[in-house]
Design a binder for this molecule. Structure first.
Ligand SMILES: N[C@@H](CCC(=O)N[C@@H](CS)C(=O)NCC(=O)O)C(=O)O
Length: 214
């Protein structure tokens, strides 16, 4: 059985966002039971035992049958490999789903994360007055292009894949802003993915684990 390493506690604002959620969501979609190991924020992150699991002293990580894996994208892909509901079996469908998985992590998450870091960790610091509008402008353009690529489809490739799972979890990081209001089809897409029973179960489990009310 997979063991997921997550934190024993995070600040309330981070509880619904902590990246272990992606892993829980993929596990729920795949119908795989899992165990949870918790880690304390602080020195325990840099213990030899944890660095062997996650070289950058972060979470999530998983272990299964002697395999230790880090990076939420790699973990979600590892889980999806055994479930066609997450990753199409045909080569072209698989390649397209992987393109969206990488796009979420490499083309959308960086500006989303930069905005979140400014707002959640550096609000009211002088330098953000110049940088934040630049990031927001860049991000709005990226979101507009993403919405155009989605078109009228329910999911990025017409059917749900790990690309949608990761894209949704990345878009959720913008929850402290109203940025998605300008992109109604993208917002509806995110809501559609979040309405999936597997997502609801994953979120409930994560919030319960952090002792936060749903
Ligand atoms: N690229 C990594 C990022 C992991 C990450 O940023 N984890 C955060 C929690 S969501 C963390 O461990 N933060 C605490 C720290 O960096 O000390 C992944 O996707 O797994």
């Amino acid at each position: 059985m997979i063991t997921l390493t997550t934190y024993e506690w995070v600040p309330d604002f981070a509880a619904p966002l902590m990246r272990a959620l992606r892993v829980r969501w993929a596990l729920e979609e795949a119908g795989l039971p899992y165990k949870v190991r918790t880690l304390a924020l602080g020195p325990e992150q840099r213990s030899p035992g944890h660095l062997a699991r996650q070289p950058f002293a972060q979470a999530p990580a998983i272990e299964e049958d002697g395999l230790t894996l880090f990076e939420s994208g790699a973990i979600v892909l590892h889980i999806a490999e055994r479930n066609e509901d997450l990753l199409p079996a045909d080569a072209a469908g698989r390649a397209r789903a992987l393109a969206w998985l990488f796009a979420a992590l490499n083309s959308v998450e960086p500006p989303v994360q930069e905005l979140a870091v400014i707002d959640l960790f550096h609000a009211r610091e002088a330098w953000t007055a110049e940088r934040r509008p630049q990031v927001e402008t860049f991000l709005r353009d990226r979101l507009a292009l993403l919405e155009a690529a989605l078109g009228e489809r329910d999911y990025l490739e017409g059917r749900f894949t790990i690309g949608d799972l990761m894209m949704t979890d990345v878009l959720r990081i913008l929850g402290h802003t109203d940025l998605l209001d300008a992109f109604p089809r993208l917002k509806a897409y995110k809501d559609r993915c979040e309405a999936r029973p597997a997502f609801r179960r994953a979120l409930a489990a994560q919030l319960q684990g952090f002792g936060v009310a749903a």
